[in-house]
Structures are given as C-alpha cells and as structure tokens.
Design a protein around this ligand. Structure first.
Ligand code: 2HA
Ligand code: ZN
Length: 269
C-alpha cells in the first residue's frame, strides 16, 4: 500500500486549502471542499473494504451511493490542513442507503465532514447530471465577492453583467454566468436543495452575505473559476462609483465569439 499522505488527491486538498487561506478567503473554520475520487486510485492507498466508522449524513443521496469523496472536516481550519491532513480531512463513501457515510480514512480526532455536506452532495448530483466529468465542489468566503454581492441587487443576470463589464477575462471564464441565492440559513438541507437547483444551470453560485459555491472537473478548474470571479469583484469594488470605462456589450460579445462561447441568455443587449 502506498503512503496516502503522498496521494495526489491529498496533496491537492492541502495545496488548495493553503492557497485559499493565504488569499484571505477562509478565515477560522470558513470554507469547505469535497472532491469525488476514483475508487481504483483510492485502493492504491487504502483498504476500501475497511470502514472505520459510519456517520449519518442527515439527508438522502441515493444517486451518490458507492461514490467516494475526500472532504474537509467540520470546525477545521484551512490554515491547518497541510500540517495535519489526517485530522482535518476525511475520505468517506456514501453507503448503499444513500443516508450514511462510511469513513475510510481521516477525521482522526473523532470528527466528521463539513456542516455543509448536504449542499456539497446535492451539488455533486446536479453537476454530474450536467457534466459526467465533474468532480469538485468548493465553498469559500472571498472578500470582494461578498462585498460586491452586498451592494448589488440579488439578480443573477445583473450580477453576471456587472462582472463581465469589469474584466475581459470574465465572460471567457464564465460565459454560463453566475447564479445568486438570497441570504439563507447555511448548513441546512434547504440551502442544499436551493444550491443544487442553481447548480443545474451554473457552475458557480453566490450565497448572499456569505460566499461562493464553485465547481469543476478538477481542482485547478474550480479554483480558477472562483479566483476569476473574486478578482473581477475586486476590480468592481475598487472602481465602484468612479468607473468611466465599462466593457461595452459589443466587446463582451466579440470575446465570446472569438472563443466560440455562448454567453448566458438575457444578459447582453
Ligand atoms: O464550514 O463555511 O458555511 C464553515 C462554513 C459554513
Ligand atoms: Zn461558509
């Protein structure tokens, strides 16, 4: 058996959480990541038939039965993942009943997965239906996106337009736009259902007054998507009230045409 601490998926979780912490997005225990793994790859590092303990998930996700995820732990700090992955991360398999998680590795101090597990798992179901190569759900509290969301109407077309007008990379990286949910109680199944509904259409959803849910086929893609939204929101906030040059709709359309992308409908004139 190979050493799991060297497994690419453990390294990627350590690197992503460390980068997010250093960007100032994930204060204290803020943020969480779940990453769907390939059973064959996990079996190189673990006996996948050895269940350490079972943990009720508090919701039903039969479509994910048998799927294995590496997930950040509840109450754990992104700042600490790199120095102690086995305490701050866990590898779980969704059992056949769809309502129990089987712990295969991690949460060494008796912990469990993030309180946002329902929103993560429901989002995985939606994204897998939209894209069979989908793997990552990443939740984070990026400062400028939260600030921009606080000064803009809760209107995903308007929010998407403002982002596309602020940075020429924006329409290229997220031609499908950005979903926006109103302020809701986090950690509940309700916000999980609402997020998953948005995830049928969007790869990224803003939770008003809270943060972002971003997804992707791999860690770089999910991280790159969030980082582009956040960078663009930063430009928006730094120029708010003083902006002279917004990117005209013809240029946004020109960028989309150049890259053979279809921009979200109803945003551009
Ligand atoms: O895990 O970010 O939304 C801490 C959070 C809750
Ligand atoms: Zn959060």
């Amino acid at each position: 058996m190979k050493n799991i601490l060297n497994a690419p998926f453990v390294r990627e979780m350590c690197e992503a959480t460390a980068n997010m912490y250093r960007l100032g997005w994930d204060e204290r225990n803020g943020g969480n990541i779940s990453y769907m793994l390939d059973e064959k790859e996990v079996a190189e590092y673990l006996d996948v038939n050895k269940v350490i303990r079972t943990i009720p998930t508090g919701f039903s996700a039969e479509k994910l039965a048998g799927k294995i995820f590496i997930v950040t732990g509840t109450g754990k700090y992104f700042k600490n993942v790199e120095k102690d992955p086995e305490t701050n991360l866990g590898i779980v398999r969704i059992a056949k009943d769809g309502t129990t998680a089987e712990l295969l590795w991690g949460y060494k101090d008796g912990g469990k997965f993030t309180s946002e597990f329902p929103a993560h798992m429901m989002s995985h179901v939606s994204r897998l239906e939209a894209d069979k190569d989908h793997r990552i759900v990443m939740h984070t509290h990026p400062t400028y996106t939260i600030a921009m969301n606080a000064v803009c109407p809760i209107d995903e077309k308007d929010f998407t337009h403002k982002l596309w007008q602020s940075n020429t990379e924006a329409v290229v990286v997220f031609p499908d736009g950005v979903g926006v949910l109103p302020c809701m109680v986090c950690g509940t199944n309700e916000i999980g259902v609402a997020t998953a509904e948005k995830m049928k259409k969007f790869r990224l959803v803003v939770w008003t007054n809270h943060g972002i849910y971003g997804t992707g086929k791999n860690m770089d893609e999910a991280f790159g998507l969030i980082e582009t939204v956040e960078k663009t929101a930063q430009i928006y906030m730094l120029t708010l009230g003083r902006v002279v040059n917004v990117i005209p709709d013809e240029i946004i359309k020109g960028l989309a045409d150049l890259w053979h992308l279809t921009p979200m409908e109803g945003v551009l004139d």
